[in-house]
Design a protein around this ligand. Structure first.
Ligand SMILES: C[S@@+](CC[C@H](N)C(=O)[O-])C[C@H]1O[C@@H](n2cnc3c(N)ncnc32)[C@H](O)[C@@H]1O
Length: 207
């Protein structure tokens, strides 16, 4: 388990990261069984997003979050990920209608205002994607829609996440709806990791 986690942390290029996730895909769920993030994010999600919503699970991985959302009654689920191997595992869940193999943090080939809600779990946590990815995520979310994600408290405070999230609010692009208290990440190999779930409502988007 540790080797796969360390390998994704140590990847220096996006291609290397995708290859490491391809290798990890079939054992990922077993290795991270019970990890924090998916259930807490889905709990927050279900407070704000109606069952009829068109939803993007961004960085869907093997589809843990999609499966939990499907169990809550969400049917209009689409998944996006960088890794072919992770997407193959997500397909087996039979809970997503559409898949996108694209990179968060780069321009997305998805029209403006496509989704009612976007959920991103474990992607910012692992520091794979930097805060500028929010610009595209806001663009593809409908005004009034929600963006719900997990983040480590120290990443929020010590990287540019806080400044970026505050700037998007100051610019009127989104509004903070809720942030949970920190909870334990339950990563066996990284027992010191805490997480929070952030919930934003999108106000507008840049053309
Ligand atoms: C730790 S896993 C989280 C997966 C899933 N959301 C979960 O909670 O189990 C991180 C996922 O993000 C994907 N990923 C990493 N960088 C990405 C990027 N730039 N764009 C899209 N997906 C990315 C990886 O391929 C991997 O599937």
């Amino acid at each position: 388990m540790t080797n796969c986690i360390e390998a994704v942390f140590l990847a220096t290029t996006q291609q290397e990261l995708a290859e490491q996730y391809d290798k990890w895909a079939t054992s990922y769920e077993n290795d991270l069984e019970g990890h924090g993030g998916p259930s807490e994010a889905v709990e927050q999600f279900s407070l704000y997003v109606p069952e009829t919503a068109r939803i993007l699970d961004a960085g869907c991985g093997t589809g843990i979050v999609g499966q939990l959302l499907a169990e809550q009654g969400y049917k209009n689920l689409e998944g996006l990920d960088l890794s072919t191997g992770m997407l193959e595992e997500a397909r087996k869940k039979n809970c997503y209608t559409t898949f996108y193999q694209q990179a968060l943090g780069e321009p997305l080939a998805i029209p403006d205002a496509s989704f009612d809600a976007i959920v991103i779990v474990g992607v910012f946590v692992m520091a794979h994607v930097r805060s500028h990815a929010f610009d595209e995520l806001i663009r593809i979310t409908k005004p009034g829609g929600h963006i719900i994600f997990t983040l480590r408290p120290e990443f929020y405070a010590n990287t540019d996440f806080k400044a970026k999230m505050d700037a998007l609010q100051a610019d009127g692009l989104w509004t903070l709806i809720n942030v949970t208290a920190p909870f334990h990440g339950r990563f066996k190999a990284h027992p010191d990791v805490n997480l929070q779930v952030w919930v934003y409502a999108v106000n507008a988007y840049n053309k």
